[in-house]
Design a protein around this ligand. Structure first.
Ligand SMILES: [Fe+2]
Length: 260
């Protein structure tokens, strides 16, 4: 099976700029590139910060654009999103019994859990409250020994970036305890940090991606700004037999080298 991981496009209204970029143009490039090279993907998943500020116009653009995008796409929320505005524009999105935008996707060979870690639109850290704790415990219990892949915006661990570590998932110990009740959790895909990072945490492999619009420099002092212009990427994930392979493709920065 093959699927696509996208994160943090931070969309604003079409025609508006965010940090010097046309966010919807970059997302358009991303989606077209996926269709051009990976139309055989089983699904796409966007791990949050769909929009930069919960803008109606940005969600509206995304909803319209996905109408003609041929690959099933799971949208998840990040701290820059607004749950109520999102649900107005994506009324068919599955939610749990408490209204959180989280759901399970089952295939014959694996279970994919898409979590909602949005606390509220005024803060940047993520939340793993009692209701979401109960939901995840139940999903892991029902999954039994099936391979489980988890998707979440906020990482439940530090990544060695002080500004991001301050706004990771709250309650990391409780989350770790829950994850370890799973019999066969294979990998955690996350966003939020706007960088490609690979982490092994609690014995589980984890990976993140750069955002589609802007990045967070690893060492802020070297860049002198909060955000940086580093290549945007999307992830191509292949799961076959006992192997998972993740490619990160810098779709806006491909150029041929003459003579090769
Ligand atoms: Fe973000």
């Amino acid at each position: 099976m093959k699927f696509i991981h996208i994160t943090d496009p931070h969309l604003v209204a079409p025609g508006e700029l965010l940090w010097g970029n046309h966010t919807t143009d970059r997302m358009e490039h991303c989606l077209n590139d996926i269709v051009g090279g990976h139309s055989d993907a089983a699904f796409c998943v966007l791990t949050g910060d769909i929009t930069d500020n919960g803008s109606e116009a940005a969600y509206e653009w995304m909803a319209d654009r996905l109408q003609s995008f041929p690959i099933r796409t799971f949208l998840m929320l990040g701290n820059h999103d607004d749950r109520l505005v999102f649900l107005r524009h994506f009324p068919g999105t599955a939610t749990d019994n408490n209204g959180f935008v989280q759901q399970v996707f089952r295939t014959d060979s694996a279970i994919f859990l898409f979590l909602d870690t949005l606390k509220n639109s005024d803060v940047s850290e993520g939340q793993y409250c009692d209701e979401r704790h109960d939901w995840l415990r139940r999903q892991l219990s029902e999954a039994g020994d099936m391979p489980v892949y988890i998707f979440m915006h906020h990482p439940p661990f530090d990544v060695g970036m002080a500004n991001m570590d301050r706004i990771k998932l709250e309650e990391p110990e409780l989350f770790a305890e829950t994850i370890l009740t799973g019999e066969n959790v294979q990998h955690i895909f996350f966003g939020h940090i706007h960088r490609a990072a690979f982490v092994k945490w609690q014995g589980i492999s984890c990976s993140s991606l750069p955002g589609i619009n802007h990045q967070v420099p690893l060492i802020r002092e070297r860049v002198g700004s909060v955000y940086s212009r580093e290549p945007a990427m999307y992830g191509i994930v292949r799961i076959e037999d006992e192997q998972m392979t993740i490619h990160h493709d810098a779709f806006l920065d491909r150029a041929p080298i003459p003579g090769t």
